[in-house]
Design a protein around this ligand. Structure first.
Ligand code: SAM
Length: 223
């Protein structure tokens, strides 16, 4: 399964991944907030906690002992996520916030941040040079996917919490951002996504990364 995008439902597909085989999970599940963007685009399972939270049972199982999972979440459903993570045995060891230089929505407040928990299975080694828990945000444009994260948002997490050649999993892959960030930083990846058209898009992005790396090899070694 390494370096593949697999199309389908993660709680089922992850059963094929051996226990304790994943070095790092970076994921961006549906926030359980019935998301709809200005163009009316929605997200699969964003209204269905029963199809999102059980994926974390499998995430916990496939993670190596003493490793990290970084999961974005929606503040609307924070208790559903934190209760699930605590029930599985995750320790919360950090929390990241990204301040958006624009407002996503105005209601009771002007909503302009994203957040993710840093979860530990066991007691992983701390990074040598820890990154700040307040991170710069870049807008992806959301062209291919309604909640696409920019590679520049995900890449620092991968660099900080994994080593080259480590295996990074994202079971809510969307347009492929985590896999692209992993590949660009010399990590292996497994990406799982429910919707075929996002899997196709992710595969096109990764083919582009592969071509780029092959061209770099030609330039470096003349082969
Ligand atoms: C918030 S989006 C991820 C966006 C991604 N970070 C990106 O940059 O494009 C969550 C994705 O999870 C997918 N999804 C929802 N439930 C799933 C499940 N049970 N198994 C696999 N994928 C699922 C949705 O189709 C959606 O594309």
């Amino acid at each position: 399964m390494e370096n593949q995008i697999i199309c389908g439902e993660s709680a089922n597909l992850l059963k094929q991944v051996p226990e304790g085989s994943i070095d790092l999970v970076v994921t961006d599940p549906p926030y359980l907030c019935r998301y709809k963007d200005r163009d009316g685009r929605t997200l699969a399972n964003d209204d269905n906690a029963g199809a999102v939270l059980p994926v974390f049972d499998e995430i916990y199982r496939v993670m190596k002992p003493n490793s990290y999972c970084i999961s974005f979440y929606g503040w609307n459903a924070v208790a559903a996520f934190t209760d699930k993570w605590a029930s599985l045995g995750f320790h919360t060891v950090g929390h990241f916030v990204w301040h958006k230089p624009y407002v996503s929505k105005t209601g009771f407040a002007r909503y302009c941040h994203e957040s993710a928990f840093l979860l530990a299975k066991g007691y992983p080694r701390q990074p040598d040079n820890p990154i700040s828990d307040v991170q710069p945000w870049e807008y992806s444009g959301n062209k291919a996917h309604p909640t696409e994260k920019a590679v520049s948002v995900i890449a620092p997490l991968i660099r900080s919490f994994s080593k080259p050649n480590d295996l990074v999993l994202d079971p809510f892959l969307g347009s492929g951002t985590t896999a692209v960030a992993a590949a660009l930083n010399g990590r292996d990846y497994i990406g799982i996504e429910l919707e075929q058209h996002y899997c196709d898009h992710a595969n096109r992005r990764l083919a582009g990364v592969k071509q780029m790396r092959e061209r770099e090899q030609v330039n470096l070694y003349g082969v």
